[in-house]
Design a protein around this ligand. Structure first.
Ligand code: ATP
Length: 334
């Protein structure tokens, strides 16, 4: 596991990372999310042992990356954003070379390379020159490189940057597979990446960790201010009833399921969604409409990201740790 405590990094007068603390547990995939220049690469490079910290401490499986960098480095597989590959080498040959550099004993090297190539499914490309690989396959070689010394922790810097949608899907699948045996920390500024691959996210903005939690818990940071009603019977009548209910902003007819209609009622900014929902339920029932389901509309992670990283001056300690139980409080009782 990775443990980061009060990590700070300054480049001259630029404070790239400020008092950042978090942990990544075994077999957990954690997304490190933030806009450009937020401090993601700097943090990952410090964890991987390629950069010193100004203050703070990083341990990997309990080994201090500053006091014992060589031992710590054996535990970490790092894939930088631009994987530095040698175009004139063949894939298998390159991985042999990397395994040697990483101290994999000669007797175990061949087997380690075979296994890494199996993990990322590039066995059939072992003899291909790296210079002839597509960007997606080069990313796989980078991942195999990170895996070849069998580290317990994987640190991946924007692993899908520059890939096409099919390649992105493949690399994400690979990440989920390798995560079954490793702790994974991956940086990204793409929200869907986090949704597709991560159990938990850390949000960093201008060097400070502004939130961390499971994706559901993070969503509760911003209320959507909307309620979904599934109503059986006369859909047009249901829309009419909702439009005449309390502090309504608008009502959308989202879709039909068999003989029911799914409606989303967005409440006015100052309204209390719980109270408005209760009133709406009474009115719909009084109008003889059959309610199948009532639930809050989930906030998208994009909304949360915008909320946390918007360009506004911050209060002194804005960091939020969101517990999962917060998610259940968000549920509206029908
Ligand atoms: P991106 O998503 O664009 O890669 P990032 O979140 O990874 O961004 P970092 O690359 O860690 O952000 O940069 C954090 C801040 O530190 C930025 O303001 C950047 O300009 C600055 N910075 C990074 N490296 C150096 C350096 N070697 N010297 C001076 N400033 C640097």
């Amino acid at each position: 596991m990775i443990e980061v405590k009060h990590l700070t990094k300054s480049y001259g007068s630029v404070q790239a990372v400020h008092d950042v603390s978090f942990t990544v547990g075994d077999k957990e995939v954690v997304g490190f999310l933030g806009p450009n220049g937020a401090g993601k690469t700097t943090t990952l490079r410090i964890i991987a042992g390629f950069l010193g910290a100004t203050r703070g401490r990083v341990t990997v499986d309990g080994i201090d990356t500053v006091r014992d960098p060589v031992r710590a480095r054996y535990r970490i597989g790092y894939m930088p954003e631009n994987v530095p590959l040698y175009p004139e080498m063949r894939v298998g040959e390159y991985l042999q070379f990397r395994a040697e550099l990483k101290g994999v004993p000669r007797a175990r090297r061949k087997q380690a390379v075979e296994r890494a190539m199996d993990d990322v499914r590039i066995h059939d490309h072992a003899q291909v020159l790296i210079g002839n690989l597509s960007k997606g396959y080069r990313q796989r070689v980078g991942l195999a490189d990170a895996l070849v010394a069998r580290p317990s922790v994987l640190v991946l810097d924007e692993p899908t940057a520059g890939l096409d949608p099919n390649q992105i899907r493949e690399v994400r699948e690979l990440i989920r597979t390798v995560a079954e045996q490793h702790a994974v920390l991956l940086s990204t500024h793409i929200m869907s990446e986090v949704e597709a691959t991560c159990d938990r996210a850390l949000v960093i903005d201008r060097g400070r960790l502004v939130a961390q939690g499971t994706l559901d818990a993070l969503r509760t940071l911003r209320r959507s201010g909307a309620t979904r009603f599934v109503v059986r019977g006369d859909g047009a009548r249901a829309v009419e009833v909702l439009k005449n209910t309390g502090e309504i902003h608008d009502v959308r007819d989202v879709r039909r399921i068999a003989d029911a209609v799914v409606l989303e009622a967005r409440w006015a900014a100052m309204a209390d969604p719980t109270r408005e929902t209760e009133q709406a339920v009474h009115r719909l029932v009084a109008a003889d409409l059959k309610l199948q389901e009532v639930s809050p509309v989930k906030t998208s992670l994009e909304d949360v990201f915008a909320l946390l990283t918007e360009e506004e001056p911050r209060e002194s300690d804005p960091s939020v740790e969101v517990e999962d139980s917060a998610a259940s409080r968000e549920e509206v009782e029908p």
